[in-house]
Design a protein around this ligand. Sequence first.
Ligand code: SAM
Length: 281
Amino acid sequence: MAGVLYLIATPIGNLEDITLRALRLLREADVVACEDTRQTRKLLARYGIARPLVSYHEHNEATRAPQLLARLQAGQSVALVSDAGTPLISDPGHRLVCQAVAAGIAVVPIPGPSALLAALAGSGLPAETFHFAGFLPAKRSERLEALGSLREERATVVLYEAPHRILETLEDLEATLGPRRVVVARELTKIHEEFLRGTAAEIRRILASRPAVRGEFTVVIEGARPEKTRAEASADLRAAVEERQRQGLSRMEAIKAVARERGLPKRSVYQLVELDERSEA
Ligand code: SAM
């Protein structure tokens, strides 16, 4: 009889965050396929589990998947884990699951931690519907384009970001999506867990004022509010223009930059920022 492929969620920081079922299946697995054997060995050692480990990561997936499939077809049970959280969620595993499904092997997910859901649940932003965008592209032009495509998204957006890119991403977020509510969940489940709440620009200022930007970050962004009034739209654009002015651009340069980033005609930005401001005065 064919074996079973278990997709086992593991802690994202706090090692107590692992289910009893996950521990039992890891203990019973014929082999544990993991991203980094050192990382998984530490987790297993914490629970007194010693099973054979094989590496399965983005660089050896193509050769490893058929080997693991052969084991499954020979009746072995394979437990797939990633370094942290749920396998396949911005982590390797998709290729193996596809091959297992195609070969008629049972695939059994063992739910548990994922930074995405922990951040969303703790964010205080609507969680009924959400759009998980994973990691944005590293290249800035592509990142701006990806963010631009999220501008009309009404569901809450969740994304992962690396510590060395979080400041840039918050800047791009403010520029493309405007001053929406944003929550940055840092170091979830760990000693220094924190939720930073505000607009992207406000959170950016807090992080930039620290001696170093460290840790793991998940970003939760309020969805688009289509019912935004003209007054809100102009306040939003004015804030973006003023942010650019604080960065050293002249008023007109700032208007041009904001228009370019948001894909709006310069004239519309000018009108909303300058004329509405005067009519409010
Ligand atoms: N599979 C994992 C999951 O289910 O959460 C995600 C893996 S992905 C390679 C790693 C990214 O998840 C990090 O760069 C960070 O954006 C996010 N992340 C992981 N652990 C986190 C934590 N403790 N706090 C905040 N974000 C975390």
